[in-house]
Design a binder for this molecule. Structure first.
Ligand SMILES: [Mn+2]
Length: 385
């Protein structure tokens, strides 16, 4: 399934002119996708402990309430006819048919995606005008929703009513009523407000964009675990001083040279970035299988026709290694590997792994070892047809 871009816009143009830059309304972009979830099924998912869900009631100036799931049937039976929205995160991790909605966006690196959030709203329902810090593809599943946006909001002030993050001032500059199969792309920072015109299901494909604060915090923690505790401040370059109160320039230079050796280490940078970008949310971590396997066992089963697939929680990516070879990142963990790039790419993006991908002799053993290791972490599983 492909994303049907407006005429005159290619994937290249989308990425060079719109991606991270400006909104794009794409009518009928996913006309062929059949949205495999009913409001009742969504409500069912919102009753489960494993999924994150929210219920937002309110509209306009009426005041807003936010409740966090899991919910029960009673809650849904007691809701009014209008002005509420149910939102469920990470539905793609639990329903493979929902994960299929990520396929049309496959031209963007997979590790950039966060989740597919599915929401159901009754007429008038919305989560209020707000700004997100990440890119999002707003996909209209059923019904009609009016989206109003302001790409350059003058004020980011919020109403004094946490925990909902609703803008105190919102002046729409553009608006569209989305129907089934329409998509609206929004880069980070665009103020937006989507109000249900009819009962409506919306599918929101959200990307990951960690704050610089988070990046540096994580990188610093990563380096701290690797820097020797015995490395201390040094100033071998000082000379006799008649200004004992002054910190000399050589001290700044020497101190930051010592720190920069860590901050700019190419191998550590690669190791950390890939690990960080593939980290799973704490409640979406894979569990080891009941029965671990060996590389030999994996080989045997593959030859018998069995097929492996990534666990829906697994986040896999690879990159080239400055020192030669590659890195494979699996849900926050890095491995250096000499396996060919084509194999690593298949591992990270092919729908299934089977005997047709078995590499010839020099790589066969390490490929099988890797598959077994990932299987034993729960990152891979046998596909049951
Ligand atoms: Mn939003």
């Amino acid at each position: 399934m492909k994303l049907r871009l407006p005429s005159g816009i290619s994937l290249e143009t989308f990425l060079s002119d719109y991606w991270q830059r400006q909104p794009l309304y794409m009518p009928d972009a996913l006309r062929e996708y059949d949205f495999p979830l009913t409001p009742e099924e969504l409500a069912g998912l919102a009753c489960e402990e494993a999924l994150e869900s929210r219920l937002v009631t309110g509209h306009g100036d009426s005041g807003w309430t936010l409740r966090n799931g899991p919910f029960d049937e009673e809650t849904f039976l007691s809701l009014p006819e209008e002005n509420w929205t149910l939102l469920v995160q990470d539905v793609d991790k639990f329903l493979p048919e929902v994960a299929r909605l990520l396929e049309p966006f496959g031209f963007i690196p997979s590790w950039r995606f966060d989740d597919v959030m599915v929401s159901y709203a009754t007429p008038g329902g919305s989560v209020g005008p707000h700004i997100d810090t990440y890119d999002v593809f707003l996909v209209q599943g059923s019904g009609l929703r009016r989206w109003m946006i302001d790409p350059a909001p003058a004020s980011k002030a919020l109403i004094p009513d946490p925990p909902v993050r609703i803008l105190a001032h919102f002046e729409p500059k553009q608006e569209w009523v989305l129907k089934q199969g329409d998509v609206l792309y929004l880069p980070p920072g665009v103020a937006h407000w989507g109000v249900a015109e009819t009962p409506t299901m919306n599918w929101s494909v959200g990307l990951r964009a960690p704050a610089h604060q988070e990046l540096l915090d994580s990188f610093a923690q990563f380096l701290l675990e690797r820097m020797p505790a015995e490395a201390h401040y040094e100033d071998p370059a000082i000379t006799p001083t008649d200004q004992p109160g002054m910190i000399p320039a050589s001290v700044y230079r020497h101190t930051f040279e010592a720190l920069d050796r860590w901050l700019t280490d190419e191998s550590l940078r690669e190791h950390w970035l890939g690990s960080f970008m593939t980290e799973a949310k704490p409640h979406l971590v894979t569990a080891p299988p009941d029965e671990p396997v060996s590389g030999k066992m994996v080989h045997h089963k593959l030859l018998e026709g069995a097929r492996l697939q990534r666990h829906p929680f697994a986040r896999l990516a690879w990159s080239r290694r400055g020192g030669g070879g590659s890195w494979l990142f699996a849900s926050g963990e890095a491995r250096a590997t000499e396996l060919p790039e084509t194999l690593l790419e298949q591992l990270c993006s092919a729908p299934v792994l089977d005997r047709t991908q078995l590499p010839p002799a020099p790589h066969l053993e390490s490929w099988l070892e890797l598959l077994a290791e990932l299987f034993n972490q729960g990152q891979l599983e046998w596909r049951h047809e």
